[in-house]
Design a binder for this molecule. Structure first.
Ligand code: DON
Length: 559
């Protein structure tokens, strides 16, 4: 090599090292942080960061640990979304949402008379979409991580192999679904007799599945022994996932949805999630009003936000689905002009009415079912991930011999236009079932920027209420002057167009506010807690705060 060439190569290497996202020289923050639904997942993430890993390494380690210690929602058999900001300015997202199996069809959950068969899209093998989590997490690690699969998976393998002490809340959750678990052989073996608090839960089959993933990568799950076990499980019931479906599964790297609110910029998940579009659309509406002077919990603020939510969720139902299959007008839905136009018929003095689209009795659940985790490293990279099996413990089917639960994400499709799913959400043509299509999600992993730098990393479970939970956490901080912990822990409310009611969490607002809204014609309904935000806030001086929602039993650690 000539001297000149070698000098320019050295220069290139230096430039690369300087701007490379994983380079520790760009020390933007003093701290790293992990906030997740379980302390062992947070500990794994922190340990990775302390060993020099970046935020993606830590997020993937935490994700695999959640699959072991938080079976309500952490998963190998489900799907999720990861929104990433790297310190070189790159913003990207990884879509590892489940897909409808090849043999699925739009009327698969209907009887001969065209009515939805209760339970078919929620419990049992037929409710499962082709899982995406393993492929997605490995993709993120290979593309944006710095550590090896083996280094990252060892945390989850160790815990599955040697066990962890079951918490009271997990024990109770298992108890609530025992009758379902007892239907399925694989589930009965682990959960069928219940698991008392404090019991050491050892999961050898799961450890072996994780080992296959560690050794073989994606093929350790989507091919070979694990794939065989999944297909055998399908045959034990009425499932339709085939070897070909598994082999064909690919995660997708997608452009993030971008929005702004006053001085803040944000990125979030685009289709097949409705989360990013809906959050940006809501913020575009709200930015035109003075929420700060209305105040948290005031009738004025609740009324305005309700009317915004009503309009956004009506559009969600009509227009949103997997953009690989249907044309989602995201550019219009996230435009400031459209948001303003949609509120032209808004009056601060009266309730508007949702259209009378037919819907059944909505059915609400507590929000244990999905999980969000946020990670920031010391290099300036941040990761916001939401993952789910859909319902608590997914379709309740543990793949026999493989030790993990499958999702019931097929229920996130619209089984029939206008008929609500388990979150009371209705859908239409855009979200009808088609082979290979991804079902519409509300998951909203989000990163907010202030003066161009990451400020908030947040997201939540909560089905259709995820979007409004993320919205209120953000507004509580930026308009109502709350700290990160108060913004997350304060009571919330929700409206989703149909059913036409405002859902208040216990202790939300005061009697006077409720009376005021009632007089204006709003229907108010008290519901249980919803949402569990796990978030990180990075102050302008680079110091970091993290918080886990009081509603869960997670752990937020800054080091
Ligand atoms: O993707 C979705 O929108 C739902 N499957 C999320 C489910 C959920 O958040 C359950 N937790 N309450």
């Amino acid at each position: 090599m000539s001297k000149a060439r070698s000098q320019s190569t050295t220069l290139l290497i230096l430039i690369f090292l300087f701007i490379h996202p994983f380079c520790s020289c760009a020390q933007e923050y003093r701290n790293g942080a992990v906030s997740s639904a379980h302390k062992l997942a947070t500990e794994a993430g922190i340990s990775v960061l302390k060993n020099g890993g970046n935020a993606v390494d830590a997020a993937v380690a935490a994700g695999f640990v959640l699959a072991v210690v938080y079976p309500q929602a952490g998963n190998l058999g489900g799907g999720g979304f990861m929104v990433i900001h790297l310190n070189d300015g790159t913003n990207t997202s990884i879509d590892y949402r489940e897909k409808a199996p090849g043999a699925s069809h739009r009327n698969m959950y209907l009887d001969g008379e065209g009515n939805v068969i209760p339970g078919l899209s929620t419990v049992g093998q037929l409710a499962a979409g082709v899982p995406g989590s393993v492929a997605g997490m490995l993709f993120a690690l290979e593309r944006y991580g710095t550590m090896s699969r083996e280094e990252i998976l060892k945390f989850a393998i160790d815990i599955a192999d040697t066990g962890f002490a079951v918490e009271e809340k997990l024990s109770q959750a298992i108890e609530s679904y025992r009758s379902d678990f007892n239907i399925f052989e694989g589930s009965r073996e682990i959960f069928g007799s219940g698991v008392l608090p404090g019991t050491l839960l050892v999961q050898k089959d799961l450890a072996n599945t994780l080992r296959r993933i560690s050794d073989l990568g994606k093929d350790g799950f989507y091919d070979g022994e694990t794939a065989e076990l999944i297909v055998e499980e399908m045959k034990r019931g009425n499932g339709i996932i085939t070897r070909d479906d598994l082999r064909a599964y690919e995660p997708k790297e997608r452009e993030v949805m971008k929005g702004s609110y006053k001085d803040y910029e944000l990125i979030s998940m685009g289709p097949p999630s409705s989360g990013g579009i809906s959050l940006i659309y809501l913020l575009n509406i709200l930015e035109n009003y003075d929420l700060r002077s209305m105040g948290y919990g005031s009738a004025e603020a609740v009324q305005l936000m309700t009317e915004a939510m009503r309009r956004v969720y009506a559009d969600r139902s009509e227009f949103m689905g997997d953009a690989d299959f249907v044309n989602v007008p995201w550019d219009i839905l996230t435009s400031k002009v459209y948001a303003e136009r949609r509120m032209q018929d808004y009056s601060p003095n009266a309730s508007s009415k949702s259209s009378d689209v037919m819907h059944g009795e909505a059915y609400y659940r507590e929000s244990d079912q999905t999980t969000h985790y946020s990670v920031a490293d010391g290099f300036g990279n941040v990761v916001s991930t939401t993952t789910t099996l859909n319902d608590v413990f997914g379709n309740r089917v543990v793949v026999k011999g493989a030790g993990f639960l499958l999702n019931n994400e097929m229920d996130d499709f619209s089984s029939k236009p206008g008929v609500p799913n388990i979150y009371g959400l209705v859908g239409n043509e855009a979200n009808a079932i088609e082979p290979g299509k991804r079902m519409l999600s509300s998951m909203t992993p989000t990163i907010v920027f202030r003066k161009g730098k990451p400020f908030l990393v947040l997201g939540s479970p909560g089905g259709g209420r995820i979007i409004t939970t993320v919205l209120q956490t953000f507004i509580n901080i930026t308009e109502f002057g709350m700290s990160l912990s108060s913004a997350i822990d304060s009571p919330r409310f929700h409206h989703q167009w149909l059913p036409d009611e405002i859902q208040f969490e216990k202790n939300y607002g005061n009697e006077e506010m409720r009376r005021h809204l009632d007089q204006m014609g709003y229907i108010i309904k008290d519901v249980g807690e919803f949402g569990k935000v796990d978030a990180i806030m990075i102050e302008e001086d680079g110091s970091v705060k993290a918080h886990t929602d009081r509603r869960g039993y997670g752990s937020a650690v800054v080091f």
